[in-house]
Design a protein around this ligand. Structure first.
Ligand SMILES: Nc1ccccc1-c1cnco1
Length: 240
C-alpha cells in the first residue's frame, strides 16, 4: 500500500519512521511518503492560507495550493482522507476498509481548515472521506494522520507478527473491549493475579476472558453491545 501525507509540518510525521510502521516501511509493506505543502506554493513567502470569505476569525487554506499538491500526489486509485472535526468518526471498521485501498492520501489541514472546494473537487473524481478522531478540537490534521496510518498499517498482511492478536484486541473481530491482562509476578504489592489464569485450564481461562470482555463492554461501552451481531453470542454470554 502507498500512503502519502501532505502537511505544512512534515516533521510532525517523523514518528512514522519508528516501531511497527517504521518496520513496515523498511520491509516495503508500506510505501509511505510525507510531503511539505509549501513545495506547491507560488510566492516567495510560500503562502498557503488567506482570509475567509464572509469574514470571521482565523485563516483558510488556499484551494489552488492544495489542488497543485493533490494533483501531483494522487493516483487514479487514491482515496483522499481529510481529517476534520466535522468528519465521519474514524473507527476500526473504517481502518479495515482503508487497509484494502491501493493508495491513501491524507491532507492535513491547519488554521480554520481547507477551502471546502478542495473536497468538492476531488469528490467528483474519486473517493474522499472527511474523518474525525472524536469530539474534541486539535490544531491540525497531523495527529489524525499518525493515528490513521498506524491503525491501517498494522492491518496490512505481514506487518503484525501474530495476526491472531488482531482478533482479540479491543474493537477487534469480536467487537468487544479487550479483557484485562496480567504477567509476572503472580502477586504484586497486595494485588494477586486471578486464580483462573494460573490454573492451566484453557477452557476456563477462555471463558473467563470472554466474560471479562463482555462485562467491560457492558459497563464502559454499552453502545458496542447493541451493535454486536447476536449470532456471535453463545448461551453463556447471554447470562453474563
Ligand atoms: N480538530 C481538528 C482540526 C484539524 C484537523 C482535524 C481535526 C480533528 C480530527 N478529529 C478531531 O478533530
Amino acid at each position: 500500500m502507498r500512503v502519502d501525507v501532505v502537511s505544512i509540518f512534515p516533521e510532525y510525521l517523523a514518528a512514522l519512521d519508528l516501531s511497527l510502521v517504521g518496520k513496515a516501511r523498511t520491509s516495503g509493506l508500506l510505501d509511505l511518503h510525507v510531503h511539505d505543502l509549501r513545495d506547491w506554493t507560488d510566492d516567495r513567502h510560500r503562502t498557503v492560507d488567506d482570509t475567509p470569505f464572509g469574514g470571521g476569525a482565523g485563516m483558510v487554506m488556499r484551494p489552488d495550493v492544495w489542488g497543485r499538491a493533490l494533483d501531483d500526489v494522487m493516483t487514479p486509485d487514491a482515496h483522499l482522507l481529510v481529517p476534520s472535526p466535522a468528519g465521519r468518526p474514524f473507527t476500526q471498521r473504517m481502518a479495515e476498509e482503508l487497509a484494502g485501498e491501493q493508495q491513501l492520501v491524507v491532507a492535513c489541514g491547519r488554521y480554520e481548515g481547507i477551502d471546502a472546494r478542495v473536497v468538492e473537487h476531488y469528490a467528483g473524481r474519486g473517493r474522499v472521506t472527511e474523518l474525525s478522531l472524536g469530539d474534541y478540537v486539535l490544531n491540525g490534521g497531523e495527529v489524525a494522520a499518525l493515528v490513521v496510518v498506524e491503525a491501517v498499517a498494522r492491518l496490512l498482511p505481514g506487518v503484525v507478527g501474530n495476526p491472531a492478536s488482531l482478533v482479540e484486541e479491543s474493537h477487534g473481530a469480536a467487537g468487544l473491549l479487550e479483557y484485562p491482562v496480567y504477567t509476572k509476578p503472580a502477586s504484586w504489592l497486595e494485588h494477586d493475579v486471578p486464580d483462573v489464569l494460573l490454573s492451566g485450564h484453557h477452557a476456563r481461562i477462555e471463558r473467563w476472558r470472554r466474560d471479562q470482555a463482555l462485562e467491560r463492554t457492558a459497563r464502559r461501552r454499552p453502545d458496542l453491545l447493541t451493535a454486536l451481531d447476536p449470532a456471535t453470542l453463545d448461551r453463556h454470554d447471554l447470562e453474563v
